[in-house]
Write a protein that binds this ligand. Structure first.
Ligand SMILES: [Zn+2]
Length: 183
């Protein structure tokens, strides 16, 4: 697929340290016009709170892996005025309205290609607050073991199906969102 120079795509959440050859992953993504946001993970609530405080003080964008702990994460975050904020791989069907109400960004990964639950959540999310991500090197058994930033165009295509938008419209929207989130 040719890269669109007006709206290069972004993989908003990928674990580069998880690959044996991160430079090769970056080079391959670049050839497809896909840029990457690499993340590291901490699962301790005290570390999480400290990071939230730093992000708020410096007004830096932050992304939160809330999967399986959506309520707990939202409870911590609601004590802060943090914006912009990205909820990575958000699966908290019952808390979508809480996330939307605070104008927080939500990212969807390759699981949206087959998960009806994620498609339903995406349908409820305003397109102007959504990003695409691969969560690489997580491999998706339902997609024949596919993984990595090369799946970003497929995620964008599926979002277009859910929202009734063309692929180009979605790519442009994601690109505008990215600029608002990361500046
Ligand atoms: Zn992740």
């Amino acid at each position: 697929m040719a890269a669109n120079p007006l709206a290069p795509m972004l993989d908003a959440h990928v674990h580069l340290p998880g690959y044996s050859d991160p430079a090769e992953v970056v080079a391959r993504a670049r050839m497809k016009g896909i840029r990457l946001v690499s993340v590291t993970v901490s699962d301790q609530i005290e570390v999480f709170k400290a990071q939230v405080e730093v992000a708020e003080r410096l007004k830096k964008p932050m992304q939160v892996h809330s999967r399986g702990a959506e309520e707990r994460c939202l409870e911590v975050l609601e004590g802060y005025s943090l914006r912009p904020l990205l909820m990575h791989w958000f699966e908290g069907e019952d808390c979508v309205s809480r996330v939307i109400a605070r104008e927080r960004f939500v990212s969807f990964g390759p699981a949206i290609l087959y998960s009806k639950k994620l498609q339903k959540i995406a349908d409820r999310c305003p397109p102007e607050f959504v990003l695409a991500e691969s969560d690489g090197p997580v491999a998706f058994a339902a997609l024949g073991g596919a993984e990595g930033p090369g799946l970003i165009p497929s995620v964008a295509f599926k979002l277009g199906e859910v929202w009734g938008k063309s692929f180009d419209e979605v790519v442009l929207q994601l690109s505008l969102n990215e600029r608002r989130l990361f500046g």
